[in-house]
Design a protein around this ligand. Structure first.
Ligand code: UDP
Length: 402
């Protein structure tokens, strides 16, 4: 995939803009660091962002920190706590986090012009800062965190030169500069590109999902915060009025130890209903693309959410989306215009019935959603924001204000 391939989707001037901006960063080195190469939105974005930056002549690399079960157990607790969930953390938990960071610091060179750290897991690497610029990119909504965890992380965060949050409502008061940059999807990736009905049919056959009635789908890691059980409950209420199938599909991320447990729980709760399809999927973008396209309604009933890339992906496919009004979802969905927002199981069930009973209304929401994504949440806009951010870090000698 090359930048010019995006011209038919976003227009030539957008791509020319990117070339102009990147000329001023030519030869500069950017290093992204996160905690998983697959699974979850961060990996999804870096997978495309890094090659495109390189095509633009901005020397970009991506490193992944390592950690054992214990470390990822702690970071999962941190993640939940940053979303405001009460978690009991021990002194040992914090020590495991710091010690793992120290080991990663030893094995990771961080001498790029800009070191771009994603999320809390690698935050302690800032201890290695020496002369170059460091950015902390927070993909989580930290507007109402458990104070114990936020205060601990903030000791590291304040040493960065800049922080990036996905939306104004996600950020915290911090002493350094903040940029607000929402994430994006790649319209040409296997996850989002147009695919023919033959591929869609093949995937539905593979998973044994008949297309005899409307299909309602949630695609998410098996994570309590994605509320798969709540989706099941909403489906059960709606199904009393309108017949449909439910697909709950997802994998688990390598940095999420709770996935297998939640998957089992969902399996048990769904047992006995032949219209519920629970799919444990490996990372297979074409299959996810096909499932989204085969669906009549896409649900994302998260209790907490970062930005919610699954919503963006579904809107881009012009699907009617029913999603909780949490995290970045209200930036993507204006209620009854580009999707439906819900606040409870009953609310979700009500909207689900409405969408399934009014296909014309549902279709219009999907069309509006696609245009909203085209204008705001495609990779090219994200790339532009990052290039501007890099320029504003004064690594080129130019002074740029965001
Ligand atoms: N995803 C996937 N396989 C799965 C579940 C999710 O590839 O089994 C993808 C999904 O399509 C989306 C990303 O992982 O691109 C999830 O991002 P999101 O922001 O929705 O949630 P996160 O997992 O980062 O909390």
């Amino acid at each position: 995939m090359q930048l010019d391939d995006y011209i038919p989707i976003v227009g030539r001037s957008v791509i020319e803009d990117l070339r102009l901006l990147s000329e001023r960063l030519s030869g500069r080195r950017i290093q992204h660091i996160n905690s998983t190469a697959v699974g979850g939105g961060v990996a999804e974005i870096l997978n495309r962002m890094v090659p495109l930056c390189n095509e633009l002549g901005v020397d970009s690399r991506w490193d992944v920190i390592t950690g054992g079960e214990r470390f990822f157990g702690v970071t999962k607790k941190f993640h939940n706590a940053l979303h405001g969930k009460p978690e009991s953390l021990t002194r040992e938990d914090f020590e495991v986090f710091v010690e793992n960071g120290r080991l990663n610091a030893e094995r990771t060179a961080t001498d790029a012009d800009i070191v771009f750290i994603h999320d809390p897991q690698p935050v302690t690497l800032i201890e290695k800062k020496s002369g170059n610029k460091w950015i902390w990119r927070c993909h989580v909504d930290v507007s109402d965190p458990l104070q114990e965890v936020w205060r601990f992380l903030a000791d590291y965060v304040v040493r960065y030169d800049a922080a990036v949050f996905s939306a104004p409502g996600f950020s915290r008061e911090l002493p350094m500069r903040q940029a607000l940059i929402s994430p994006s999807i790649d319209p040409l990736s296997d996850k989002n590109r147009d695919i023919g009905p033959d591929i869609v049919d093949a995937v539905m056959n593979k998973y044994g999902i008949p297309r005899d009635k409307p299909i309602v789908t949630q695609i998410s890691r098996f994570d309590r915060l994605k509320d798969p059980v709540g989706v099941l409950e909403a489906y059960r209420i709606a199904k009393k009025n309108v017949d449909c199938r439910l697909v709950l599909a997802g994998g688990t991320a390598s940095d999420d130890p709770e996935g297998a447990e939640v998957y089992q729980e969902v399996l048990e709760k769904a047992a006995g209903d032949p219209d519920v399809h629970i799919l444990l999927m490996s990372q297979n973008d074409i299959e996810i693309n096909a499932l989204q396209r085969a669906s009549d309604v896409i649900v994302q009933k998260s209790l907490k959410e970062g930005f919610g890339l699954t919503v963006t992906e579904a809107l881009w496919k012009a699907k009617p989306v029913l999603a909780s009004a949490v995290g970045g979802i209200p930036l993507q969905i204006r209620h009854k215009y580009s999707g439906m927002l819900c606040h409870s199981v009953d609310g979700a069930a009500f909207s689900l019935k409405q969408l399934l009973n009014s296909p014309e209304f549902a279709k219009k929401l999907g069309e509006n959603g696609r245009e909203h994504v085209r204008n705001n949440f495609l990779l090219t806009r994200h790339l532009r924001d990052y290039l501007l951010l890099f320029l504003s870090m004064n690594i080129t000698g130019d002074v740029v204000y965001l």
